[in-house]
Ligand binder design. Sequence first.
Ligand code: MLT
Length: 270
Amino acid sequence: MMQVKIDDLSLAYEDHGNGIPILLIHGYPLNRQIWRAQAQGLRKSARLISLDLRGHGESESKAGNLPETSAYTMDLLAEDCLKLLDAIHVSQPVILCGLSMGGYISFAFYRKYPERVAGLILAATRASADTPEGKAKRDQAVDLAQTHGVKRIADNMLPIMLSPKTYDSQPELVKRVKAIMQSTSLDGVIGDLLGMKERPDSTPILSQIDKPTLILYGEDDQIIPLTEMEVMQASIPGSNLVIVPDTGHLLNMEQPQAFNQAVQDYLETL
Ligand code: MLT
């Protein structure tokens, strides 16, 4: 693990392998440890850079410039990603690989810094903004986090993060995901929830995306409906949708070989 100072904030990251850089952006409420199988399995084909977003894993949560419990907007998190790349002197365009909230951040990054993007891998994510019901659920989750803590959030989310089959048959993975979620700071959980709640609709930019795009989805995802992926595939020119069987939302952890193979095939088309 390495640390880099972004303004007044210390961010943790890892950097493995050689080749075209892929920035791996985790979802909520997770950290870079979800990408272990990608860092191992793809390092002969690409340079895998994974970070802990602010407030997650081993990164600090206070921005200094942010008051307590304020939103980590997708723009702010995308800026952190850019600053990390600058700090480690990655100036060539990168492939953004975002899972779920990591995908929302990838859209923000693409909107702000298209010249720094070589391609997109969008996993278990969506372009649309939160619905009014979705926003209300974010507020309920913020309340729950404030009154009962991050552990309760992690307990509630665990069964829907994985497919029911994974949940029953891979106790070690269940334990790992739980530990990852529980390690997220309260500031990170609340910051993410408020940031996701106010994220803009990215659907209007889909048809303008002119970078090679791979869309990945776990067949048993309980968080993102398939229709969201189909909208992205139909709107992003030339994009490819791969549906991975026997996995839920955390497809890169539940089915790492199938995930890595799809990325490998995508890299070969570049
Ligand atoms: C994630 O996995 O990043 C989140 O569940 C996405 C969301 O809540 O919209």
